[in-house]
Write a protein that binds this ligand. Structure first.
Ligand code: GLN
Length: 496
């Protein structure tokens, strides 16, 4: 019997009811059994995982002899890592052919910290190519299926991580969120996803997409579990100059709402196009918060409608610069080039990039390069930066009146595989509610609040910079009062 939550697994390990090897093997078996249906993983790492599990078991045996020693907080717990985050000696593809053979020679700082906390890594999860997408359909290695309905997407770009956690293949996972890629798949798969404040978690070893937006965050079945991962990965890192030397948050997960919590409801997020069942679930959840003692107030984030065009200028602009390094020489795959001499180099770049990047990545490189080009820079990139400041100021003003902002995560529940593939704009619209937090650098947490036509619906709480503790405490209190997070898709149940 596989314990489903990270916290219950850690308890079982400490009490000796389960060994990390048994738990890890059970997760690996489950990953393998579900892989044909879900395709949540790009690489499984069974040898590494079992070696880490054995090491954890040895430590647990020692500890039982002398339980006064402190134990690493996540000792023996099997996790999955999105395939844009480097795990030393394990292939890291970023869902791209251009990195099909890339084996990182070092760990990302977050991985380093998870391993120091005792985790076991079962594998690397599927993602849209370079995290560009909202469905995992842009992965060069095939789509991940939503465990709640295999004909639907799991969301993206951390869709593999969300599907793996929802189906119980790993107890929790890491994803990355540049415009919603942790929160949106969490909502589509009925799990919890936290996007921390920009600067809270090191991105050293995260393959860069949009450097002013990228954040690494946990996906887990419960808020408590997401908080446990967050506590481990958060903190200043000399290897990422954007991380801030702010103290770790003191998390108080006692099932109570923060005292006198004021929740803001932004009118701009409850708009036409929002699926009625999604709106109903979110409004019902807000009532629960009211019953728990929160005060709910209307707020306005007047520049919300700029978030989509601003994001789709800034993110591609940064991506076009970040992806310039994939030239066939230094990393990963290289195309064959028949030319020689000086021209051969240019030919090699063009062929490698032409053959190995997928359509969406090329689209973004072209959009971004255009937005940055001489003569257009001020009109596009410069304007976008100004509008971004207005969006950030909207949040600052709102947080003078309220402690957190509540909103839907996505306008609809998970859509069908293929439904938006011919229409990039329809796909981009999926991100309307998640992009603003990235543009503002603010933290956001998504957690399940119901179902629409049998598909999970998520809700989002956003907070002021470095306000994760309030978000986690509030979402945890909600979960203590409700049971949506106990739901499990049938595909996962069959193997329990
Ligand atoms: N869906 C958004 C995009 O396509 C966000 C992706 C992300 O957060 N990595 O860019």
């Amino acid at each position: 019997m596989l314990p489903l939550s990270l916290s219950s697994a850690i308890l079982a390990l400490r009490q000796g009811r389960l060994s990390s090897r048994e738990l890890t093997q059970a997760c690996l078996d489950r990953c393998q059994a579900l892989e044909p249906a879900l395709h949540a993983f790009l690489t499984l790492s069974p040898e590494l995982a079992l070696a880490q599990a054995d090491q954890a078991d040895r430590r647990l045996v020692e500890w039982r002899k002398d339980p006064s020693q402190p134990l690493p907080p996540l000792l023996g717990a099997p996790l999955a890592i999105k395939d844009v985050i480097c795990v030393k000696d394990v292939r890291c593809t970023c869902g791209s052919r251009i990195l099909e053979n890339f084996i990182p020679p070092y760990h990302a700082t977050v991985v380093e910290r998870l391993l120091a906390a005792g985790c076991v890594i079962v594998g690397k999860t599927n993602t849209d190519e370079f995290a560009m997408g909202s469905s995992t359909e842009n992965s060069a290695y095939g789509v991940t299926h939503n465990p709640w309905d295999l004909t639907r997407v799991p969301g993206g770009s951390s869709g593999g991580s969300a599907a793996a956690v929802a189906a119980g293949c790993a107890l929790a996972a890491l994803g990355s969120d540049t415009g919603g890629s942790v929160r949106q798949p969490a909502a589509f798969c009925g799990v919890v996803g936290l996007k921390p404040t920009y600067g809270r978690v090191s991105r050293f070893g995260l393959v860069a997409y949009g450097s002013s937006l990228d954040a690494i965050g946990p996906l887990a079945r419960t808020v408590e579990d997401a908080a446990a991962l967050f506590e481990v990965i958060a903190g200043h890192d000399p290897l990422d100059a954007t991380t801030m030397p702010v103290p770790r948050p003191a998390l108080q997960l006692d099932g109570r709402l923060p005292a006198r919590l004021r929740i803001g409801l932004p009118q701009e997020y409850f708009i036409a196009g929002l699926h009625p069942a999604v709106e109903a679930a979110v409004r019902a959840a807000i009532q629960v918060f009211e019953q728990l003692g929160a005060e709910v107030l209307p707020v306005s984030l007047p520049h919300t409608s700029y978030a989509l065009p601003v994001y789709y200028l800034i993110a591609p602009a940064e991506a076009s610069a970040n992806l310039a390094r994939y030239d066939g020489i230094r990393y990963g795959a290289r195309a064959a080039s028949p030319s020689s001499g000086g021209e051969a180099l240019l030919d090699l770049f063009c062929r490698t990039r032409g053959e190995k990047f997928g359509a969406e990545v090329k689209r973004r490189i072209m959009l971004g390069t255009y937005a940055l080009s001489a003569g257009y820079y001020e009109a596009y990139y410069g304007q976008a930066q100004k509008a971004r400041t207005l969006i950030k100021q909207d949040f600052e003003r709102a947080f003078e009146q309220v402690d957190v902002i509540a909103a839907p995560v996505t306008p609809t529940p998970a859509f069908k595989i293929g439904e938006h593939t011919d229409d990039p704009l329809a796909m981009y619209l999926e991100d309307v509610f998640t992009l603003p937090a990235n543009l503002a650098g603010a933290p956001g947490i998504a957690f399940p609040v119901g179902f629409a036509d049998g598909l999970p619906v998520g809700m989002q709480l956003m907070g002021p910079h470095f306000g994760e503790a309030v978000l986690l405490q509030a979402a945890h209190a909600y979960q203590q009062a409700t049971s949506w997070h106990h739901s499990m898709p049938d595909v996962g149940k069959t193997l329990l």
